[in-house]
Design a protein around this ligand. Structure first.
Ligand SMILES: Cc1ncc(COP(=O)(O)O)c(C=O)c1O
Length: 396
């Protein structure tokens, strides 16, 4: 039985919402439907808001110990949803997945060290790696005939020499790929043999769609377990990124001691009081909401795929296996980078992420966030279809 509605259009003005506040700066105008920053325009689920309100009923927000159910709630969630058995001592709070990556870079690598990424990939990887003075080595993904992506192990073998870390996006943003177990096992073996630490960003793990299944990297083999640091959070799935409630899991004792000593020394392991509140509410009460949200997202994706097929020649919408992000292949429009951005922003009045920001292989693509009420998506695609229809190349 359906409990929750995702159709409500909620005005986010006046909340310092990133996807609205940064429009002028990044797109040069504000009359755009914002379909970029990866949060959803659905209400944060009521059981999370209720848990926060309940805490606010008490008038003192003083120093607070970690709620005892914080890690049991995460452990149960991982076991039930992903079949991944983790132990309490393997876990620490981190204030954000990307900050976590920054901390791991600080602890396990030195300035100038080589760090492998697999573009096109979440653009903040580059920002945090280069911002910390490390050097990116690209291992670009291969786009297969069916539009999905695969890892290029041959190329990896040619560039991995001397690299200290590989940053994995699992599931992958922006392509929406849920990496198969065999691929992850092969990657784990390769990285273990070459002494390359794997940092696995699993923030989209709980958003596997249709029949796809998320496979936690550290669960695929002994090699993966012993040579990895995983980051995750309930914040994407349950639309509460503003609270910041992320965690890291490090099964290997030696790695864990190095990493957690640093986190503890800098008091980074101490969560702000609302972070456990949100995580416990999500993991203990979120199963049904999550399922309904996923069905709604699948409906939105189906709508976009069908709409593009029927009304927008030149744009192919690839069904993601995870996340509420669609990787739009716009290459058949044969537009330059500037022309493609002009089409979306100035003609269609839409703010998407342009593919080039995700690095090599992103040229000619756009990333569309479909975590919005269906009618917003309908309006957006109508605007896009009209803009594409006006292109000289699509007029006969
Ligand atoms: C793959 C990936 N990792 C990390 C983040 C950001 O996570 P956090 O806000 O916890 O740093 C995002 C947000 O879009 C993401 O898509």
């Amino acid at each position: 039985m359906k409990h929750y509605s995702f159709d409500n259009v909620i005005c986010r003005k006046g909340t310092n919402c990133s996807k609205l506040r940064a429009l002028q700066m990044l797109y040069g105008r504000t009359d755009l439907i914002p379909l970029w920053v990866a949060d959803m325009d659905f209400a944060t689920p009521p059981f999370i808001l209720d848990a926060l309100r309940a805490r606010l009923e008490h008038p003192i927000l003083g120093y607070t110990c970690i709620d005892e159910d914080y890690w049991p709630a995460l452990i149960d969630w991982q076991r039930q949803l992903h079949g991944w058995d983790i132990q309490k001592e393997w876990i620490s709070f981190v204030p954000g997945v990307i900050r976590g990556l920054g901390f791991a870079l600080q602890v396990f690598t030195k300035p100038g060290d080589l760090i492998i990424t697999q573009p096109p990939v979440y653009h903040m990887f580059k920002h945090v790696i280069e911002g910390n003075g490390r050097v990116i080595v690209d291992n670009p993904l291969i786009r297969m005939e069916d539009g999905r992506y695969d890892m290029d192990f041959d190329q990896l073998a040619t560039v991995a020499e001397g690299a200290k870390m590989l940053v994995l996006c699992n599931p992958h943003n922006p392509s929406g790929r849920c990496w198969p177990k065999e691929t992850l096992q092969r990657l784990a073996d390769f990285c273990a043999e070459h002494n390359i630490l794997v940092v696995s960003d699993e923030i989209h793990a709980d958003i596997a769609l249709y029949s796809a299944k998320h496979v936690p990297f550290a669960s695929v083999s002994e090699a993966a377990r012993n040579n990895s640091i995983t980051f995750g959070a309930p914040t994407k799935t349950f639309n509460c990124a503003g609270v910041v409630s992320s965690w890291t899991v490090v099964p290997n004792k030696e790695l864990r001691e190095r990493f957690f000593t640093w986190l503890v020394a800098n008091e980074i392991d101490c969560p702000p009081m609302f972070s456990p509140t949100v995580a416990i509410a999500a993991y203990r009460h979120g199963a049904e909401w999550r399922k309904e949200m996923l069905r709604y997202i699948e409906g939105n994706i189906d709508f976009v795929v069908d709409y593009c097929q029927e009304h927008i020649p030149g744009i192919i919408a690839q069904r993601p296996e995870a996340s509420f992000l669609i990787w739009l292949d716009c290459r058949a429009l044969e537009l330059s980078h500037d022309e493609l951005n002009h089409l979306f922003v100035d003609e269609a009045h839409l703010a998407l992420n342009d593919g080039e920001m995700f690095g090599a292989g992103g040229e000619g693509f756009m990333r569309l966030n479909v975590g919005v009420p269906r009618k917003v998506l309908e309006q957006a695609l109508k605007q896009l279809a009209e803009a594409v229809a006006k292109l000289p190349s699509t007029q006969s």
